[in-house]
Design a protein around this ligand. Structure first.
Ligand code: SF4
Length: 337
């Protein structure tokens, strides 16, 4: 299988929490149980709570086998983690358990993480499947129902209190690490009422880590804006966020990536272009992020990006302000269409 033929395996991408993380897309389309105002994955195709083999386990695992064969051939180091996510909610894939087991067989020893909006953890079956992972990263942006509705715009049957209880049940039943994420949108879920409820909730949940973040790139809705740095710092302090550890962790990981980069700079321009295209289809990134995550020479990444821009396959997005998660000088790239 050619590198460019991958549909469901992408990256690795560089993540502050997970290092160089190889992404698996379990949906293959914009199918989700929520339609968050800050979502970076583009317009939603289907809002649903129905589980189905949207990407069948065998199809996805065959791609991963081919990716692994290519990695060995290139002499590239293993990723730090495999992350199940993609363009929607991965627990909607009814073959989740089969996929996690299969990943362990193909990449033994590489931790498996699941990025989830936690909407389905109210279901004991989903909790049992998630317990097969090493790390589960649930997001919970508000415990105030009106805010939850406005920021996450979930399926009408979803209830933030029930989701919070589901995450608690999972934390009690499972040995997987739980990294809770709270994303703040200015004027929407940064209220004192939400802060009080989430602080009490975190004290009860005792997650392994809490990450309070805000938008660093344009989301689905223009009205969804980042909170300021002072608000972010106050929330992080109050929720006992591990986010203040991130710059250190991220730079250590970036350093590791740089070392590895010295070791393997032998990808062709075609390979780099195909991998950049697949990665940007899931997440906007800067040239520097792409270079570190894909272990590709910066000059090669810039050449590949120039070609992709020339063919109108990717586009630039410039930050219109230097919010706490971003830098006005950063130029992000995203896939077009
Ligand atoms: S839960 Fe995730 S994938 Fe789904 S809409 Fe929200 S941000 Fe996007």
């Amino acid at each position: 299988m050619e590198e460019g033929a991958f549909r469901y395996v992408f990256g690795p991408v560089l993540s502050g929490r997970l290092g160089r993380s190889l992404g698996l897309d379990l949906l293959g389309a914009r199918i989700c149980s929520m339609n968050c105002a800050y979502c970076e994955s583009g317009p939603l195709e289907r809002l649903t709570l129905a589980r189905a083999p949207y990407v069948p386990a065998e199809v996805l695992l065959n791609e991963l086998r081919a990716w692994e064969a290519g990695r060995k051939k290139r002499g590239e180091p293993l990723p730090d983690a495999v992350t199940l996510g993609g363009m929607g909610e991965p627990t909607l894939n009814s073959e989740l358990a089969q996929i996690i087991r299969g990943v362990r067989g193909i990449l033994p020893g590489v931790p498996v993480a699941v990025l989830t909006n936690a909407s389905l953890v109210t279901d004991a079956q989903v909790r049992a499947e998630l317990a097969l992972a090493d790390m589960v990263l649930p997001s919970l942006d508000s415990l105030v129902p009106q805010e939850f509705a406005r920021v996450n715009r979930g399926h009408p049957a979803l209830d933030c209190a029930a989701i919070a209880q589901g995450v608690l049940a999972f934390r009690r039943q499972s040995a997987a690490k739980v990294y809770l994420e709270v994303l703040l949108v200015a004027g929407v879920n940064d209220s004192e009422a939400n802060l009080e409820r989430l602080a009490a909730y975190c004290a009860e949940l005792a997650p392994h880590r809490v990450d309070v973040t805000t938008l660093s790139r344009p989301g689905t809705e223009a009205w969804a804006k980042p909170v300021d740095a002072a608000t972010l710092a106050r929330w992080r302090h109050r929720l006992g966020s591990g986010a203040q550890l991130q710059p250190k962790a991220a730079s250590a990981l970036a350093g590791r990536a740089e070392k590895r980069q010295e070791q393997c700079g032998d990808m062709s321009l075609d390979e780099v272009r195909a991998r950049i295209q697949a990665s940007l289809a899931r997440r906007p990134q800067t040239a520097a992020q792409l270079s570190k995550a894909l272990l590709a020479e910066p000059a090669l990444v810039l050449r590949a990006l120039a070609e992709l821009l020339g063919q109108s396959l990717v586009e630039e997005i410039r930050q219109d302000d230097a919010g706490p998660g971003g830098n006005a000088a950063d130029v992000y790239y995203q896939a077009r269409g």
